[in-house]
Design a protein around this ligand. Sequence first.
Ligand code: GLY
Length: 317
Amino acid sequence: MNDPVIIGSERSEVGLPSGMSVLRRGGSALDAAEVAVRACEDNLSDHYVGTGGLPNARGEVELDASVMIGSTRAFGAVGGVKGFPNPISIARAVLEQLPQHCLLVGEGAELFAQECGFTRAELLTADARRLYAEAVGTESESVEGEDVGATEGDRRYRQSARDLMRRLSPHEGPWGTIDVLALDAFGELCVAVSTSGYPWKYPGRVGDSAVPGAGNYCDLRHGGAACTGRGEMAMRACGARRVVDLLRCGMEPAEACAEMLRDARSIPDPFAAELRALALTPDGRHGGAAGKLGSVYAFMTADHTEPELRPRAVVDP
Ligand code: GLY
C-alpha cells in the first residue's frame, strides 16, 4: 500500500480536504480528484472555474475540464461547455462511458451531459456579471485626433478592432485554473483540471485544460503534470507532457516544471502572460514552478488535517 497524496494549484485548498478524505478511506485517485475539483467548481468566490467563472466576450460562461488516469493513460475531456456547473464530472463520463472518444466540445458535450443526467444551471453569477461589465463594458474609448480624414465608417471599424483587442488581451490578475493531482493507496495516479478559461475569450476558444499533453498529462510510469496560466502557451509547448518526459529523464518534479517553463519562454508570444506547472510522481514526490516569486501550491498527505502551502520554484525572469 502507498501513502496517499493530493496536490493542487492555488485555490484548490477548498477541495483538497474532501479529496484526501476519499483517499484516507481507500478510495481511488479518480474519485478523490473529481470530488476535490467539484468543490472548487462550486466555490462561488472563485472566478476562474465552474459556477461564478468569468464569461467569454459575449458574456457567456464556457467551461473546459479534463481527467487522465496514469495506469491506462485514459483521457476524458470537455471544452466550451455552457450551462453545466461541474464539467469535471462530464469529462469523467467521457472517459468512462465513451472510451472511443477523448474530447467533446460545445453542443455535443452538452447533449452528452444531458443524456448522462447532469443537471443544468445558470453559471453567470451577479458578481461575475459585474466584473464582466467593468472589464468589457460597452462604451467606446475616445479616438479623437487619430482619425483625421477618416469616414465615420472607418472610425467605427477601427474602434471595434481596438475593443476586440482589449477584450482578447490577457488580464493582469492571477490565472485561476484548478489542477488536482492525486495518488491513491493502491499506487494509481490521476490528474484532473477544470477552468472557465481565459476571461473575455473569443466564443468557442478551448484552452489547454481540455487538451491531453498541454494542460494535463498522466503516466503511471513517470508521473502526472498539469498547467495553469496562459493555455495557448501550454498547448504550443505541450507543457504537461513535457514535464512528464522530464520526470522520465530523472528530474525532480519542481525542476521538471521549471525546465518546461524555460522551454515555453523560447516561444514568441506578444501576450506573454504567465504559465505555471505542477507535478506528482508515482512515489509521492511533488513540486511546482512559476514565473513569479510568491507562487505556491497546496498539498495534503493522510497526516494533514488541512492543506499545507509550499512555494513553487521560480524561473528567472
Ligand atoms: N490554462 C487555462 C486556460 O488557458 O484556459
